[in-house]
Design a protein around this ligand. Structure first.
Ligand code: 6PG
Length: 240
């Protein structure tokens, strides 16, 4: 599987615990090597559930969260306190419970009146590379806000783009392929039968990120429950 690592958990609860533990362990290892670590967050209900485990005991006390800088892989063009905002979701699920300081949270300003300028600013402040990138995956194979067929998938210069997606809120900002290609590590989080086909294409399908953008994460670690792993050959992942 060309470098892809697959970890399969028996059910959703085991997935949430296992995914959070894997992320915490990687952060601890990275923090042993450097003073600060950059962690890029994903939106979505699956990542949100994992954030809740990270922000609760025992993992909340398992690492020096004050040495983690939080970034976003994408953001919807809504006010920061909008329920659809990835920032607001992460604030509630992670930043507030962990007591993260404002200086360690780098918000995508997708509520700015000039989105292109905001995208340019964010692309300039993103670390090169981001140490650890967390991604969800849509049933259509999208990841971050890189949706199938989007011109942003051909972007090679800009690191953040303004896009219109098929799923509301339509107007968004997203990191572009170069950010994923250069990332230190990628962890993809997926559960449920509705993701099985997209996971199979992302992990093992014929290479075409324009059709399945999640293939850009193929070199990463896919943390799945059995349902999302159902179409992988013999569930090739390791059962933890
Ligand atoms: C977003 C996310 C998006 C999400 C997937 C999976 O802003 O919506 O970045 O890529 O991770 O759509 O979402 P679910 O886990 O809710 O299915």
């Amino acid at each position: 599987m060309n470098g892809t690592r697959v970890v399969v958990h028996p059910d959703r609860a085991a997935f949430e615990a296992g995914a959070a533990r894997l992320i915490a362990e990687r952060l601890i290892e990275l923090l042993a090597e450097r003073e600060r670590v950059s962690l890029m967050l994903s939106g979505g209900t699956t990542p949100r559930a994992v954030y809740g485990v990270l922000a609760a005991p025992p993992l909340a006390a398992s690492l020096p969260w004050d040495r983690v800088d939080f970034y976003f892989g994408d953001e919807r063009a809504v006010p920061r306190e909008d329920p659809e905002s990835n920032f607001d979701m992460a604030r509630r699920a992670l930043f507030d419970p962990l007591g993260a300081a404002p200086g360690q949270v780098f918000r995508m300003e997708a509520d700015d009146f000039d989105l292109e300028a905001a995208a340019g600013r964010y692309g300039a402040l993103l670390p090169e590379p981001v140490d650890l990138v967390l991604l969800g995956i849509g049933a259509d194979g999208h990841t971050a806000s890189l949706f199938p067929g989007q011109p942003a998938l051909d972007e090679t210069a800009r690191r953040v783009a303004v896009v219109r997606g098929p799923k509301p809120p339509v107007l968004r900002m997203t990191v572009t392929p170069p950010v994923l290609v250069e990332a230190g590590e990628i962890v993809v989080l997926a559960t449920g039968t509705d993701k099985a086909e997209a996971v199979q294409r992302a992990v093992a399908g014929p290479w075409d990120p324009m059709i399945c953008p999640a293939q850009l994460a193929r070199r990463g670690t896919f943390v799945l429950d059995r349902a999302a792993a159902a179409l992988l050959e013999g569930n090739r992942g390791q059962l933890p």
